[in-house]
Design a protein around this ligand. Structure first.
Ligand SMILES: [Zn+2]
Length: 269
């Protein structure tokens, strides 16, 4: 089965796309908008370029509320979405067909009441996951989330974490995992931390994980994905078991990168 998966993943059109480098102009657009790129190794950047090519080839972008889709919008959304796939030898959001983009959260909010949309509910998040292969983002919030890599919020990471979650067939906070022992560990660690978050919210105590994660287990996974990439050292220190599960799932160790950055800055001053 693994061999079948690999030949499919790397076969035909996708194999060509994976090897197609991004243009210097495209990298320029990404460098301008995504400071997070600095934390990627050159190998990661090469893999990211191939994933972005596949993403742009297979997903449809639609501008709404007067927004015209530009190459910049496509690149900035695709690159952040594909960062969650790096090193994971996984498919490129197979259930997702179209990405609908509004200029701002205010406009996006106004279309959320038609019964087909799972709305995030707050204006600040400005992202929504539709149940039928679509996802809605606000371009303002995409840019804001990308610009600050340490504020703990990134609407693209959040919404695409929902997509990963749904690949298991249900939006229940558990994405597909490789084996039974990992499911057991995932349920133990994330279940424990989710219940602890609910206790702290009820007791009006401060939480290092955004209380929005207490909405339900699906939101918990999406919120801690944002925290994992944007405040990794804090998450690792305060919630080591949770951090470890996310490190195994995403096959990345952003806390180690953050410590390295801090050391370099400290060494320079
Ligand atoms: Zn959400």
């Amino acid at each position: 089965m693994l061999l079948g998966l690999f030949s499919w993943l790397f076969g035909g059109r996708r194999r060509r796309l994976r090897k197609t480098p991004l243009s210097a102009e495209a990298w320029g657009v990404l460098e301008r908008n995504l400071p997070y790129l600095k934390s990627l190794t050159s190998e990661d950047r090469g893999e990211l370029a191939g994933l972005v090519q596949i993403f742009l080839d297979e997903k449809r972008f639609e501008g709404c509320g007067g927004l015209e889709i530009t190459p910049e919008i496509r690149l900035v959304v695709a690159a952040q979405a594909c960062m969650l796939l790096l090193r994971r030898e996984t498919d490129v959001y197979p259930g997702l067909h179209s990405i609908i983009i509004y200029p701002s959260a205010y406009v996006a909010k106004n279309i959320s009441a038609d019964g087909f949309v799972v709305s995030e509910g707050t204006q600040l998040r400005a992202g929504q996951t539709w149940t039928q292969g679509s996802l809605v983002l606000s371009w303002d919030d995409v840019l804001r989330g990308a610009a600050d890599v340490h504020d703990g919020h990134n609407v693209v990471f959040h919404e695409f974490a929902h997509q990963l979650d749904q690949q298991s067939g249900a939006a229940d906070g558990t994405p597909p995992l490789p084996d039974r022992s990992r499911y057991v560990a995932w349920a133990r660690e994330l279940g424990k931390e989710y219940r602890e978050l609910l206790r702290r919210i009820e007791a009006h105590r401060p939480t290092s994980i955004d209380p929005y994660g207490g909405t339900n287990p699906a939101e918990f996974f999406a919120v801690v994905t944002e925290t994992f990439f944007e405040r990794p050292c804090q998450l690792e220190k305060q919630h080591p078991g949770l951090y470890e599960q996310l490190r195994l799932f995403y096959r990345r160790d952003p806390a180690a990168i953050e410590r390295g950055e801090a050391e370099r800055l400290g060494g320079g001053g």
